[in-house]
Design a protein around this ligand. Structure first.
Ligand SMILES: [Zn+2]
Length: 112
């Protein structure tokens, strides 16, 4: 009689365990899969955001360099691009000015 009761108890226990496992599997399928899908979407969005930020930074850099080339004047004598130089001699020593990039062939200068 006692053994039969234990048997019944074990059967009930295994039955409950099987039910718990089945419920867990259903939960994983119902909640886990959408969560996994959601995580994939979030990762993709993050990667997209990082890529676009990187691209924006690069375009900003190229725009800045374009601005620089726009701001760089051309030599009045030979129309080559000019470079910033620091005067070493003369009354304006230490001050910056635009000097021709063809220096010393061309000695054209512009004040900044
Ligand atoms: Zn020049």
């Amino acid at each position: 009689m006692a053994i039969a009761q234990i048997d019944q108890f074990t059967q009930a226990l295994t039955g409950t365990m099987v039910q718990v496992i089945v419920v867990c599997a259903i939960l994983v399928a119902v909640v886990g899969l959408p969560l996994y899908w959601f995580r994939l979407k979030v990762e993709q969005a993050l990667i997209c955001a990082i890529r676009s930020a990187r691209a924006r930074r690069q375009t900003g850099k190229s725009a800045a360099s374009a601005n620089e080339s726009v701001a760089t004047p051309h030599c009045p004598d030979c129309s080559a691009l000019m470079v910033k130089r620091v005067a070493r001699h003369g009354s304006g020593a230490g001050s910056t000015f635009w000097g021709c990039s063809n220096y010393p062939k061309c000695r054209g200068t512009r004040s900044i």
